[in-house]
Design a protein around this ligand. Structure first.
Ligand code: NAI
Ligand code: CS2
Length: 489
């Protein structure tokens, strides 16, 4: 194996970025771009304070113990590895619930960081559900208990949105300029959605604060891309054989992309010299990535996991699933995109299939299947709706929806039980309990969820019939039968 090693820059820096959501992706994406920036420019002013708000206090503490250094193992293929040591995280914090049930261990330190004059950018990867938005229309769910608690006790915030609002209130009160909020989650119009949510929450507390945020705070949209699966024991063992014994390491593919709207009134690192694309409008790139890459991932997840297929690599090694992805991407997703001239969507589809076939990544389908209610509108449903409105059909999405409905039963075709991890999981369980023996009623109940499925899509009788047919094929004839039926459409 060819291994290229990049050690971290030796000297520590100064915090001017606060990150919310210290997970795998942050460590292998935003932190990598900042490390590249620091190594190239020698500028140490863009260090990061990275916080977890809800889960994974263990990582917060482990990174602290490791002097905030860790490795990213970037596999181009099974023979080519770049090992990058990262040193741009200067501090880690935890503001969630601790083992004894208490909230907010480091909340004051986090709010202090956010309110500090040096803090100029706040990045977020708190997953789609961390914004508490109605997935279908992007409105804040004020009745969610976590949001309601932040409305009732705004100075003791627990959600990412509540923390942003309290920090901005402190900055406004101190006469300080705000920070720029840069959402790095896989949501459509992610900056604008975050902006709506923050302003709506601020308005529950103080209209003048909401107005200040509306006028003063920039929320650029960004498209982020790098496949960073959750670590497995096998990943850690493999790294150990390569001489890296690091409990905080993450594994990723070599590919990395970040397209950002260039709207940073308080300044930003010179990211573009390290490969970040700074553009005026990120929407076409974001839509292409969400519908083609993430839409394909979700198809594999629900069709594959219910058949006992474990990883993306295993799924795309099957000719039938590979063919399905090509058909979905080229016939159903690509025609819904409005890309700048010169964009080669066929080459993009091929490059995605190649990335999915990286046999050094164990990207579990159950991980991708998580939080489907939050992901499917932007990945499948808006594209399918556009097709139906243009008088076309969307049979791959219909099959995908049928597979999702089946997946949410929590039992695969061999009878193995698994956890359905979704904020709407309880509602799904009730549907299966009530309508499990009646496919027609079950599919109708899922399609009628107007906080997930746009009503115009659900009420399209041909589309609804296609979902029901696909559901029947999947449950009676299995994946092969359903794919055969799809081929005939
Ligand atoms: P992860 O499971 O390693 O980390 C999830 C992070 O979100 C943790 O910091 C967790 O504490 C936080 N979180 C979860 N629910 C939350 C809530 N309700 N409020 C506040 N924080 C919450 O996952 P990973 O891989 O870091 O992915 C996170 C997000 O990054 C994804 O949902 C996606 O939007 C984005 N992303 C991930 C990619 C990947 O390949 N892993 C690639 C592109 C984007
Ligand atoms: C995946 C994404 O977990 C999922 O739902 O589809 O995290 C995917 O790996 C990334 O968006 C790739 O950039």
């Amino acid at each position: 194996m060819t291994i290229t090693h990049f050690p971290a820059a030796a000297r520590r820096g100064q915090v001017s970025i606060v990150h919310l959501g210290l997970g795998a992706f942050h460590r292998a994406h935003q932190a990598v771009f900042l490390e590249r920036f620091r190594q190239r420019s020698g500028d140490r002013t863009w260090g990061v304070s990275s916080a977890n708000l809800r889960s994974n206090v263990a990582l917060v503490d482990a990174l602290r113990e490791a002097g905030y250094r860790y490795h990213v193992a970037e596999y181009a293929d099974s023979d080519t590895l770049t090992l990058r040591e990262i040193g741009v995280i200067e501090e880690t914090l935890f503001s969630g619930r601790d083992a004894s049930g208490h909230w907010g261990r480091d909340i004051e330190a986090l709010l202090g960081r956010l309110a500090a004059p040096e803090t100029r950018i706040v990045t977020l990867t708190v997953t789609e559900k961390g914004y508490f938005l109605n997935p279908a229309n992007g409105e804040l769910i004020t009745e969610d208990p976590m949001v309601a608690a932040d409305i009732a006790h705004p100075q003791d915030p627990r959600t990412a949105l509540g923390i942003l609002v309290e920090a901005l209130a402190r900055r406004q009160a101190a006469g300080r300029a705000p920070f720029t909020v840069l959402c790095c989650d896989n949501m459509p119009d992610n900056g604008r959605r975050t902006r709506t949510a923050v302003i709506q929450l601020a308005a529950c507390r103080d209209e003048s604060l909401a107005a200040w945020i509306e006028h003063e705070v920039a929320f650029p949209c960004s498209m982020v891309d790098r496949i960073v699966p959750a670590m497995t024991e096998a990943d850690f063992k493999r790294l150990e054989t390569l001489g890296v014994s690091d409990p905080n390491a993450v594994v990723s593919e070599a590919f990395i992309q970040w397209v950002i709207e260039d709207d940073f009134p308080q300044g930003r690192p010179d990211w573009q010299s390290d490969g970040v694309e700074m553009v005026a409008d990120v929407a076409p790139f974001e839509t292409m990535k969400l519908r083609m890459l993430n839409g394909s991932h979700s198809l594999l997840a629900y069709l594959g996991a219910s058949e006992g297929v474990e990883t993306v690599f295993e799924a795309v090694s099957r000719n039938d699933l590979r063919a399905l992805l090509r058909r979905y991407m080229l016939d159903e997703a690509a025609p819904t995109l409005a890309m700048p001239e010169g964009t080669d969507v066929v080459a993009y589809a091929d490059s995605l299939l190649e990335r999915f076939a990286n046999d050094s990544l164990r990207h579990r389908l159950h991980q991708i299947a998580m939080d489907g209610s939050q992901k499917l509108p932007q990945r499948w449903l808006l594209g399918a709706l556009a097709r139906l409105e243009a008088g076309q059909s969307a049979p791959c999405v219909a099959l995908g929806l049928a597979a999702w409905i089946r997946y949410t039963a929590g039992r695969d075709s061999q009878g193995h039980v698994y956890k359905v991890d979704d904020p709407l999981g309880k509602r799904f369980a009730e549907f299966h309990e009530r309508h499990g023996q009646d496919p027609d009623a079950l599919v109708s109940a899922f399609l009628a969820m107007d906080d997930v499925v746009p009503p115009a899509l659900a009420n399209h009788s041909d589309f609804a019939a296609a979902v029901l047919d696909a559901y029947r094929s999947l449950t009676k004839q299995g994946l092969a039968g359903a794919l055969n039926a799809l081929e005939r459409t």
